[in-house]
Structures are given as C-alpha cells and as structure tokens.
Design a protein around this ligand. Structure first.
Ligand SMILES: [Zn+2]
Length: 181
C-alpha cells in the first residue's frame, strides 16, 4: 500500500495520514485528493464568506443551550431558511451595522478570546430562548456586553436618565401628536 500521496492543491507529496478519508459512499477511492491543511484553508475561506459564516452561525445558535433562572433549554422556533430570511430583513432595515452600537459588522471570526465585530445573534431578553421574537443581530462584542444586562435594568436606566434630564414622558407623547396634525 502506498504511504505517500501528492496533494492536488498544494502539489506537495505527503504521508497519507495528512489526508482525510473520503466519506464511505465513495468506496474504492479511499483518500481525498487535497491534504488536511489545504482542506482547512478551504474551509476557513468559506466560513469567512457571508453564506458560510451565516450557516455556521445558525448551526451554533441551534445547538446552543440556554441557561436561565427557570430552565435549561435549546429551543429555536425557526428553520435555517427562516434564519436567512430574518438576516435579509435585518440588512434591509439596519444595514451591515450592529443593532446596539451602530458599528460596522462583518464575517471575520476573531481569535478565541477576543470579542470582535463579527455578526452574532443576541437574545433581547436573556431569560427567554432563541426565538423569532426574541433575537436580533449585533456585533459579538456588543452581544457579550449586553449578556449581563437585564430588561429590568434597561428600564431603570432609561427611567433614571429621563428623570435626570427632566424629560416628561406624557409631554413627549403630546409633542409627537402635535407633529402629526
Ligand atoms: Zn495540500
């Protein structure tokens, strides 16, 4: 049995352990034509395209377990097709920008411990699951920051802010009515 094989991509002859086996359906031709390292390069290129990145984002969202006060679950109520539809709608409405911070978002995966500006899926209310009604796209960085902020905290911050700024909610509504007339 041959011990070495030439990679069809990088043209380097390598030991066959540097090649993946083909899936079983391709019996007879046991070893793939491109080597493991060329395969890794190909994969990482694909995952930094919009299509590859969003597919991966969907599958990691689908597999993610949600730990909340009340339960542990991993329920999503949308299909991959619906996920892509929501992303399309998001881009139409907000562009390629983080919902929370407005900074440009991208498909570049940053290294393990750094929260970058790549697209991520946030749960608006951290106590609820990844559902159509409860998700929004934002940067990974903003997602991480918001992870420890509850809806109740947001309400309190806003209420305090408005109080300190002397903003009267009822007044604001009246002004808006005035504009519409
Ligand atoms: Zn190769």
């Amino acid at each position: 049995m041959k011990k070495n094989k030439k990679c069809s991509k990088c043209k380097i002859t390598k030991n066959i352990i540097k090649f993946y086996l083909r899936p079983e359906r391709r019996k007879g031709k046991g070893i793939r034509s491109i080597c493991k390292s060329c395969d890794a390069t190909r994969k990482s290129k694909y995952y930094s395209t919009e299509d590859g990145f969003m597919k991966k984002l969907f599958s990691s969202t689908k597999d993610r377990k949600v730990f909340s006060k009340r339960h542990i679950s991993h329920s999503i109520d949308f299909t991959r097709e619906e996920f892509f539809e929501m992303w399309k709608e998001y881009k139409k409405k907000y562009g390629m920008f983080c919902f929370y911070t407005g900074i440009p978002i991208n498909f570049i995966k940053s290294s393990e411990h750094i929260r970058g500006n790549q697209v991520s899926v946030d749960r608006i209310d951290n106590d609820l699951d990844y559902t159509k009604n409860n998700i929004i796209f934002c940067s990974s960085k903003a997602n991480f920051m918001k992870g420890s902020v509850t809806i109740d905290m947001c309400r309190k911050i806003l209420a305090l802010y408005e109080e300190r700024q002397g903003i009267d909610k009822n007044n604001k509504i009246d002004t808006m009515k005035g504009h519409n007339q």
